[in-house]
Design a protein around this ligand. Structure first.
Ligand SMILES: CC(C)(COP(=O)(O)OP(=O)(O)OC[C@H]1O[C@@H](n2cnc3c(N)ncnc32)[C@H](O)[C@@H]1OP(=O)(O)O)[C@@H](O)C(=O)NCCC(=O)NCCS
Length: 151
């Protein structure tokens, strides 16, 4: 199931991350490490999508870090143009607002780039997108774009 989010009704103030953490885009020297981290925690397909986001200019991936440790990531224009995701936060630090901050960072960047709407594809956590960004289900969107993926 895919979900649709309005970017023009998005609040202007993104939810903050805890003071000890930083939300930003990865720098060039970090790309390989970030991709390895995505694959280790979320699998090869998400690594592939993160690779697209890191190859975009400007880069369309955000990370949250605590000291030198990566805690979460989110991408847009990775699966396809206008799509947001994949998004993932380490199991041990979920429920602290990091996912919301990462999703907002992507949606704000998309709005600044001129998009009016964002699509979350093949959504695994619909309640999260509904809660954070008012996402609504797109009718008849399963399997959507993903129906013909190579194995
Ligand atoms: C989905 C995910 C990114 C959320 O990250 P998180 O850091 O735990 O989310 P947050 O703490 O920012 O939660 C923001 C809000 O969404 C809610 N929420 C989070 N996950 C939710 C879920 N799976 N279902 C319903 N609501 C959810 C939270 O309760 C919170 O609500 P609140 O504002 O009332 O407190 C994280 O659970 C994750 O990495 N899951 C595995 C990967 C995944 O499924 N990604 C999405 C693929 S479509």
């Amino acid at each position: 199931m895919d979900m649709l989010m309005k970017l023009y009704t998005l609040g202007d103030v993104p939810p903050p991350v805890p003071a000890a953490m930083r939300l930003r885009k990865p720098l060039g020297p970090e790309h390989d490490g970030a991709l390895g981290w995505v694959e280790a925690h979320f699998g090869a397909r998400w690594r592939s999508e993160a690779g697209v986001a890191l190859a975009n200019r400007p880069v369309s991936m955000f990370i949250v870090q605590h000291r030198a440790e990566l805690l979460g990531f989110a991408c847009f224009d990775a699966t396809a143009r206008g799509f947001v995701g994949p998004i993932g936060v380490l199991d041990g630090v979920r429920g602290k607002g990091l996912g919301a901050a990462l999703l907002y960072a992507c949606l704000h960047d998309m709005r600044a780039a001129g998009y009016g709407y964002a699509v979350a594809g093949h959504v695994g956590a619909p309640g999260f997108f509904r809660r954070v960004a008012g996402a609504i289900e797109i009718p008849d969107s399963t399997p959507g774009l993903y129906g013909t993926l190579l194995r």
